[in-house]
Design a protein around this ligand. Structure first.
Ligand SMILES: O=C(O)CCC(=O)C(=O)O
Length: 281
């Protein structure tokens, strides 16, 4: 197994692994890379849904996706991300993560990590981009770090409450998918990673609505400043999918988004699992 860094600050690819037949020592090396690099890309795998679930469980118990839509019919813990249509029906979520976000930030106990496995990939487009939110925090000036140290934010599943984002076309007016009464949650803006002890900037344009207790305009001004700090080009890795890739990212210290732009007739078909995390502190 070989580990190659993909950017100077984070993300690494692992080649020469067979995740369906890993020794404990191999898994320990993968786990170490996951904690060190935040996003890991394991090349050349071909996992059936049950095998993906088994591998996912080595990282933690599986989480279910909030929406009842786009789940694998025999394996509801697997979400399907796909631009494929069969008999005129979408077979998966077409634009699930089209805005910068970290997964399940809208729940009291957000997911630890997410795994995507590429079963079909387009020639052009469909990349997934990642932000290193440790670096985003560490690169803030000291005054800003002090200012946000004890602030908290309100985070929501409901796109209809967030003027920064649109409802994907697949979900019509969005009411049945997003306006489902899921309660908003409060989380610290600076989060300490429970395993590495490092601090990360834990806000996202998709889920973070407001800074708790702050006037609306001031809140948006501060959030825009923090989003810009996150989106600095040197904090970003853009993943071009290859067939058989497994990408696992740490939701506690990264943001991500799907870049879209798949050039027809390209098909992108991915299986997604989520692993349970802990209450952000
Ligand atoms: O489709 C993508 O590239 C991103 C998917 C995503 O945001 C997610 O799985 O949480």
């Amino acid at each position: 197994m070989q580990i190659n860094k993909l950017t100077p600050s984070f993300a690494a690819e692992i080649v020469g692994a067979d995740v369906a037949a890993l020794t404990d020592a191999d898994f320990a090396a993968i786990m170490e890379a996951f904690l060190a690099y935040q996003v890991i890309v394991i090349r050349g795998q071909s996992l059936a849904p049950a095998e993906q679930k088994d591998f996912s469980r080595r990282f933690g118990e599986l989480d279910f996706h909030i929406s009842s839509k786009n789940k694998h019919k025999d394996h509801p813990e697997l979400l399907i991300l796909s631009n494929k249509k069969i008999n005129g029906e979408w077979v998966g979520a077409t634009a699930a993560g089209d805005e910068w976000h970290t997964d399940t930030q809208y729940t009291p106990v957000p997911s630890k990590c997410t795994m995507l496995h590429a079963l079909e990939v387009p020639e052009e487009g469909g990349e997934t981009a990642f932000i290193n939110t440790y670096a985003a925090f560490e690169d803030l000036d000291e005054a800003t770090r002090d200012r946000i140290a004890d602030l908290r934010s309100i985070n929501s599943w409901n796109r209809l409450k967030n003027p920064r984002v649109k409802v994907p076309e697949q979900h019509g007016d969005g009411k049945s998918t997003y306006d489902i009464g899921h309660p908003d949650v409060v989380h610290p803006i600076v989060r300490t990673h429970p395993e590495t002890g490092r601090k990360a900037l834990y806000v996202s344009p998709r889920h973070t609505l407001f800074v708790d207790g702050m006037d609306e305009d001031k809140s948006e001004e501060l959030l825009q400043e923090l989003f810009a700090a996150q989106q600095r080009p040197d904090h970003i890795y853009v993943h071009k999918w290859r067939l058989g890739d497994i990408v696992i990212w740490d939701n506690r210290c990264t943001l991500h988004k799907g870049m879209g732009g798949i050039k027809p007739p390209g098909i992108r078909h991915l299986h997604r699992t989520l692993m349970q995390g802990s209450v952000p502190v």
